[in-house]
Write a protein that binds this ligand. Sequence first.
Ligand code: ZN
Ligand code: ZN
Ligand code: ZN
Length: 269
Amino acid sequence: MEQSANHQLHVAESVDWKDAVIALLEPRSPYRPWRYGTVEAQEGDAVAFVLNTDPPSVLADVARVEAAGDPRTAVFDRALRESNLVELSTLAKVLGLEMWAARAWRFDGDDAIKLELSLDECRYCCAPESRFGHNTMASARTLLRFEGQCDGCGQDIDLTGADARDEVFVHTVDQHLRSAPESEGSGVRDWPAVVCRRCHERMVEEGWVSFVEFKFAMNPVCPECGERRARETFYGMPSDHMNIPPWEYAGGCCATAEEWCCSICYHRW
Ligand SMILES: [Zn+2]
Ligand SMILES: [Zn+2]
Ligand SMILES: [Zn+2]
C-alpha cells in the first residue's frame, strides 16, 4: 500500500447484497450491484465494498484502482477466497470514523490508511459463529465462502448467469449460545450452508429444519453401530480446524481408502 498523504479509499456500496456477493465470487456475472460516489481516483487508491446487509458490513479485502483512475474497475490483489465481512459501524467506531461511516463516499490520508489496515487485519480466519444467526450479514458471510459446489448434493452451482440469484440458497441457523460453564458443549448443532435449488426445495418439501440432519440423511449408515451419522473423510492438512463442518472428518495427511467416519462410535470405513 502506498503510504502517501493523499492516499484515498473510495466506497462502493451494494444495492442488493446477494447480487453483490455473487458478483464478487464470479467476475463473469452480469450483475452490476454497486453504487459509487466518486468516479475519479488515483492509481493505487483503495476501493472498499460496503454491503447493504443487516447490519451493514464491509468486505475485508479492498480492491486497487488501476492506471485508468476509475474506482469502478478496481481489481483485487489476489483472487477472493473465504473473504470476511466486518460490521461497518463497530469498525468505524473503533477508528473514530463513526460519524462518516454511513455517509462518506471517500476517505482521505490517515483515515483511508487506518481503514485499509484495519480491514486487512480482518482478512484471515473467522469463527464459524460469525455466520450463525438469521441476519443477512451472516448469510453474506456464508455465501462468501462458497467454492462452487452445493454443500448438500455436491453439484456445481453456476453463478455466471443472470438467474444465479435464484439458483443458490443460503441456509441460516439459530444464533450460537455459549454452553454452560464446565459443560462439554455436546450435541450436534446445525451449521450454515450454501445449497442448490434442488436441495433447497427438497429441504422445504421434506420438512428439514436442520441442514446437518439433511446432510447426514444422505450419507450411509454406520456398519458398526447402525447410526446415520457418517462424516465424509477428507485428506490433507486442514488449515482451519474451527471451520470444518460437522459432516466432514479430517483424515490426516496420509490418504487411505476410508471414506467415512461415524460421529457416534468413530468407526471408519
Ligand atoms: Zn444440492
Ligand atoms: Zn501423515
Ligand atoms: Zn458408528
